[in-house]
Design a protein around this ligand. Structure first.
Ligand code: GLU
Length: 423
């Protein structure tokens, strides 16, 4: 249970993170005494975001930016636009960023932002006004050396362009490095849009190889068919796997022969979802977790793999494209059933890794080719999954706990060396 006054029993995302921290603590020897620093965010900002709607009325939205840790460098993490966004969720997402950047050894802390809004209900002009006002409200705590936002669920490169423009207007000059995931003409990086999905694929291949799981004809189920899920599905299908089940907000589709992923992608783009795609049959939302599969890729939101679903899941390997999809009690069941989970903090770190490359390129005003980006990305992802795998073997623990050991050692060593001001 959290001892923060503003966290309640129903705030499961943050409580999941706290439980993950409890589980790593026994492995941290002397660094344990610094662990409490991770159990609360360093800085939490809640802002009111009023905007004038197209019909002239004024509406207020609730926005957040949480900097969980700045110990190893500037804050880093996306901005989520979703009707369910709340403080507890943004705190958990910011904390997972702290762990993620440390597992990849990127020189960042962890942060996250969000607005409680369904972006689909706003016109493009309203979305722009919302983004610009939110940016202005959080502008005091973001910056290329302070905290660097990026896209997340419900945001994209257009939103990043408005953030960059609004922040730059306040500074009197163009500051490309304040945000990543920008359009390439504005200091964005080639390969950034596909980076998270690519990272899921690269770490997944590596894990499958270690488990002797053949990708050729492997059955894959993907939850979420956005930026992450669709790209991971495409790369796996290209490598000979069969993507037999796909779920998004609009439908759950099943086809034992495997979907034509590029066709499904074009269809989903045009129709804002996969519902109505001519191939495969529609099954119920919950049946997604019961289908015959070798690899499961949750690539939507947190809190998906519950204890019950973990008991029935047929996969041998889970690749967490989403942040926080698995509850701690489900982790225990999966472990006892011999199902390997490549945790979010490694599996979906491809996005923030190319964000790091984007930030470096912006600083240097020198840009790399897409091949160079992909090669560097693959190298860092393969290194990270291997480091985590070795750690798990050494301690006979799950890959999640192993990733946390690696990350917490890095973060808490930095914390110990910095000391506590004023001492
Ligand atoms: N939102 C992505 C994540 O959860 C990317 C964050 C970033 O690029 O800073 O990792």
């Amino acid at each position: 249970m959290s001892n923060l006054s503003y966290i309640h029993e129903k705030d499961t995302a943050w409580l999941t993170f706290l439980e993950q921290i409890e589980r790593v603590t026994p492995y941290l020897s002397d660094l344990k005494e610094h662990i409490d620093v991770l159990k609360r965010p360093k800085r939490t900002l809640i802002v009111d975001v009023p905007i004038v709607m197209d019909d002239g009325t004024i509406r207020h939205f609730e926005g957040y930016r949480v900097q969980h840790s700045l110990t190893r460098g500037p804050g880093k993490g996306g901005i989520r636009y979703h009707p369910d966004v709340n403080l507890n969720e943004v705190m958990a997402l910011s904390a997972w960023m702290t762990i993620k950047t440390a597992v990849l050894n990127l020189p960042f802390g962890g942060a996250k932002g969000g607005i409680r809004v369904d972006p689909k209900t706003l016109s493009p002009r309203e979305l722009e006004r919302l983004t610009r006002r939110y940016t202005s409200e959080i502008s005091y705590i973001i910056g290329p050396q302070k905290d660097i936002p990026a896209p997340d669920v419900g945001t994209n490169q257009n939103v990043m362009a408005w953030i960059m423009d609004t922040y730059s207007s306040g500074q009197g000059h163009t500051v490309t490095g304040v945000v990543t995931g920008k359009p390439v003409h504005l200091g964005g990086s080639l390969g950034r849009v596909k980076a998270t999905g690519r990272g899921v694929f690269v770490t997944g291949l590596e894990a499958a190889q270690k488990l002797n799981l053949h990708i050729q004809n492997a059955k894959i189920a993907v939850q979420g068919f956005g930026n992450v899920g669709a790209e991971a599905a495409r790369l796996f299908a290209e490598s000979g796997a069969k993507v037999v089940c796909v779920q998004d907000h609009s439908a759950t589709l099943y086809d034992s022969n495997g979907f034509d992923i590029p066709a499904l992608q074009s269809y989903a783009e045009i129709h804002s979802g996969i519902a109505g795609f001519p191939q495969g049959k529609k099954i119920s939302t919950d049946d997604f977790w019961q289908v015959e599969m070798d690899i499961c890729i949750p690539a939507a939101l947190e809190g998906q793999i519950t204890l019950e679903r973990a008991q029935n899941l047929q996969a041998k390997l889970i690749l967490e494209g989403a942040n926080g999809p698995t509850y701690p009690e489900a982790d225990d069941i999966l472990k006892s059933r011999g199902i390997t989970v490549v945790p979010d903090v490694v599996c979906n770190a491809g996005g923030v890794t190319v964000s790091y490359f984007e930030w470096v390129q912006d600083m240097a005003s020198y840009f790399w080719s897409e091949d160079e980006i992909n090669q560097r990305l693959d190298k860092l992802m393969i290194q990270a999954i291997n480091d985590v795998w070795t750690m798990a073997e050494q301690h006979q623990c799950t890959l999640r706990t192993a990733a946390y050991i690696l990350a917490c050692r890095r973060i808490l060593t930095a914390r110990k060396e910095r000391g506590v001001f004023p001492g």
